[in-house]
Design a protein around this ligand. Sequence first.
Ligand code: FAD
Ligand code: FMN
Length: 1126
Amino acid sequence: MPLIKTKKSESVSTPVCSPRISSPRLPKNEKLTPRKNIGTCPFKNLTSSPQPTEPVKPKVAKCPFKSITLNSYSDNRSFTETFHTKSVKGLGCNQMTCKGSILKEGLIKLGQQKDPLLSKTENIDFLKQYYEAFNKKGSDELKERLKKSELNQRSTGQYDLTFDELEFACRTAWRNAARCIGRINWSKIKLFDGRHCTTTKEIFELLCEYLKFATNGGNLRSAITVFRQRIKGKHDIRIWNAQLINYAGYEISETETIGDKSQIEFTKICEKLGWKGKKKEFEILPLVIQVNGKKPDVYEIPEELVMQVDLIHPKYEAFKDLKLKWYAVPAVSSLVLDAGGIYFNCTAFNGWYMNTEIGRDLTEPNRFDKLRVIGKVLGLDMSTNVSLWKDEVLLELNKAILYSFNKAGVTIVDHHSASESFVKHWENELRVRGGTPGDWIWINPPLSSHITPIFGMEMLNYVVKPYFEYQEMPRLQKKSIKFKILVKSLMPFLISALKKIQNRPKCCILYASQTGKSKNFSEITFNVFKNIFNARILCINEYNLNELDKEDLIIAIASTTGNGDSPTNGKTIQELMDKIKKKEISSENCGILSKNYSHVNYSVLGFGDSTYCYNFGAYPKLIDKFFKTLGLNEIYPIDIADQIRDEEKTMYTWLKNSLLASCTQYKDKFSVKQNEIDLLLESKLLKTKKFRLRSSPFNGPKTQVNNSCINLSKIYEKNLKPFEIVEKEVIGFQPNNEKILRIKLRSKGFDFNFIPGNHIELFGKNRKDYVDFILSRLNNNPNYDELVKFEIYDERYSSGSNELWLSDKKYPIMTIRQALTTFFDITKPLSQEALKMLASQALNEKDRESLEHLATDWKAYEEWKSDYPNLVDVLKTFFSVNPDINTLLAVLPHMKSRFYSISSSKKVAKNELDITIGVYQYESVKYNSVHYGVCSKYLEDASIGTIIPAEIIVGNKFTMPDDTSIPIIMICTGCGIAPFRSFWSERAKDMELSKQINDGKVFGEFILMYGCREKQKDFLYMNELESLRESNVLTGFYTAYSRDPNYPKEYVQDKMDENSEMLKDLILNKNAHIYVCGKKILASEVIDKLKAIFSLGDYFESMESIDSYINDLKANNRYHEDLFNT
Ligand SMILES: Cc1cc2nc3c(=O)[nH]c(=O)nc-3n(C[C@H](O)[C@H](O)[C@H](O)COP(=O)(O)OP(=O)(O)OC[C@H]3O[C@@H](n4cnc5c(N)ncnc54)[C@H](O)[C@@H]3O)c2cc1C
Ligand SMILES: Cc1cc2nc3c(=O)[nH]c(=O)nc-3n(C[C@H](O)[C@H](O)[C@H](O)COP(=O)(O)O)c2cc1C
């Protein structure tokens, strides 16, 4: 529903909190000038502005002002406001957007607890305020009270206020209510202390007493009733009504309603709870009161306690025929009193009406919608707007309201008098406190606002505590979305299954993951399967394969890395399969191979990249083959989620189908229908990642907070170590003039090993300007430089308003800025799940629709994604989206590590290594933005001395044969030369040593075929290579230039062509090893060229025999590829 509608149908409107105005006084663009643009520093964008027509430039620097000059344009006066310096938070506005008109910004959620630290600070602040108000600032009494409060907190886990303190809190909260025009009476509100009430009956009785006092036979008195505060671990006490007195609303048909439309939903709740409405207009709703998390109780308010006024008009007799009426006491019962570090979430308080309030309630389309009916009785020309009939109706209605209330002796105030008294109050506050917060939009009466003195006044809107906040209303739970209820109602078979956990089929989720994707999805899969199966989750290396026959169901999820290899944590199956292949083991000598597995069901999902054509999904396919070899029963065929296309679609389709197949397999134990699976998936997937951030003091060693190595290792289960950048050199330029660099890294205080061809896996950081932009767009202006801990929602122990949040140990304590800089990926196009989340937070209907379309339409999504929009592009496009940080982090993927080939030899320098890096840059056409590669750009910008968290990855097969006499053919383009520098450095060193000791070692052919664009621009390590050729380390060196005006246009494949006889001889006759490195496209081109070369002459009989020969080369570890996954 669009927000504006919610706002209109909102029923919380009293003179205490006067409503919004009918027309803004400034042109649209000027509404975004600093007036309401109050962020963490509420005055940072504000300077005195004598000329309202001159927009003030927002200042981003730290605010130097302590006081702000506010002007009153209607009478040319100026005021100096200082009270805003006491503000604790802004409105959620930022430098780009103003949230001044948003109705319920910062809504307190059901069960939401105050952060303990904040609670403590607020409690101290409040007590100081209280004692200061009674001229006891810094007194011994205050010190004593603070001590007592602290002790009380320690022994009972909560703060408490005395009656006087609570009454002071209520009065001050009213005084601070920025939207209320009638605050002049703030000091007179009387407190009804209901903190002792524990039953709904006690609560109801006190509310009746309170109503009687407030009504006072028509001579209304401001009062407030406060019930027990919110306590962690206890159910809230709640009044479900928005106001104690409200009229019911009924939907009779699609076009016909009776009563207050804004109360239709609540009326239905009352009826569901057993109340019987008479379906009449102006029918008083019962009170709905809840304690102990139980079903709420319903109480009719005694008739004599509800004073109502029949509306008549002093001039129009017929007006009374409309039978309009309104109640006397506007008692708001939906706000939280936030005072003394405590949430008093159950309160009811009242002032008295201002006529325009009732006028609005009776005429707004989403309330009583009486504009036309009244217009008709008044005999107005309603055929045209030009007759101003609407304005006339409002005027006459307001006259009738004032006339009727006065005649009935019921307190009411007209909007002119209310405005004048507000100005008095305002001036008084400036004198006494240095100001008071004011929400201009709300304070201005909705009728004739510009002729009230308020219209020309500048105000500052900010939050000072104690304060009244909006809160989420408790409602009957919707059955369709609660999984636990779904289980109860749709799958009774599961109840027995859930009870008898032991009897549920066993399911083991096995994963192998290099960069974390398979692991993340395994966790999602586990969260789904554990609802039906007796499930556990392990990485393949941790799993004891001897126990495979004891399982019922195996779900394997794995990626491929290296040259079609298993990730590091999935080696055991690969090793076993190698041994089977080499016939080193058989059922005779290996227990694992001799067992019967026909009762064990399985399904495999792979993650891979189809540009690794030959090795696409090689490892998950190997796992599948392993299970087949053992004789397990495949229940759903293997699928590979390809990161190039349809990755998410494949993985979620596989999840759904494998779950369905698994349930079908055990249908004798239970049966599950397709739509139930859908619901299960929907509810589980949404819940898996529900987490929130809580501010947290960090008590561990100081260094740990900023130690990316420790923190990243924790998240990724890696052993990252600090490497320092000690040298940087530009060695070439890419076609778009981005640099190619050689960077030297040195280990900080530890030794490490590697051989030529190994990699370093390292983590970069996101760009500061991206992070700053995202921070500026976050909802609620969170303090992004404060340390926070991550908490995860525990669905098992949470229900209704009682939510259990456990700290998520995976994430270290960090700031939001650090999270967005180091731990989360903000550059990858968002997933559909993330777009869905953003859609739900869009304030603009069009933004919401567009985002929802992308989130649900695969084709549109894929097309959108192909332009590589990042989060910044998205936020710039969808301007009304200000994401909530908790949900944003829940849907952002983790920052991925990057691999770089080591470009140096350990034999040359110990504990140092070189890498060769090409900086990535792309133009995103649709978004008109330039994207840089996260890691390469970070490394380019990083200064000498920067510490990089990294791990050396050894054990890949892209390494030189131990036998130095075996010929080596190296083929590469661009930065693909990187690993070969480690090859030739090592070879040069080996040759030098061999010469020194004269050991007669034979060194076979050492050939490099290199493709680059222009000799002077991107011929990397040219001088080094020339000297290697001269010293015969390189026995053959061939360079192809594809764009150099001084050379023929050639590719590396042409060099292969030119030297085809030599290549054939080395490969076919001399057992040469071939190494290919560069972008993935190169791999297939080299293979094609090789096939073409082999097909010349009569060495092979057919293309099939060539294919099979090349496959053998790969299988025998003579053909190696190291491909960069971009
Ligand atoms: C085994 C291995 C070894 C490697 N060795 C080296 C090496 O020695 N030297 C080296 O320089 N690199 C090497 N790489 C590549 C390296 O790991 C990184 O992938 C590379 O540096 C880019 O990372 P990045 O963080 O800078 O870019 P990223 O932030 O990862 O961005 C690059 C990615 O974003 C995509 N992208 C972003 N915006 C756009 C757009 N507008 N249009 C199209 N695509 C877009 C690209 O498809 C690409 O996948 C190696 C990779 C592997 C797997
Ligand atoms: C160094 C490296 C080598 C890769 N080799 C292959 C491969 O041979 N075949 C393949 O299908 N995918 C390959 N990939 C792609 C990964 O399998 C893919 O990115 C996958 O989504 C990673 O999942 P993970 O995070 O669970 O490891 C490779 C990726 C990297 C970084």
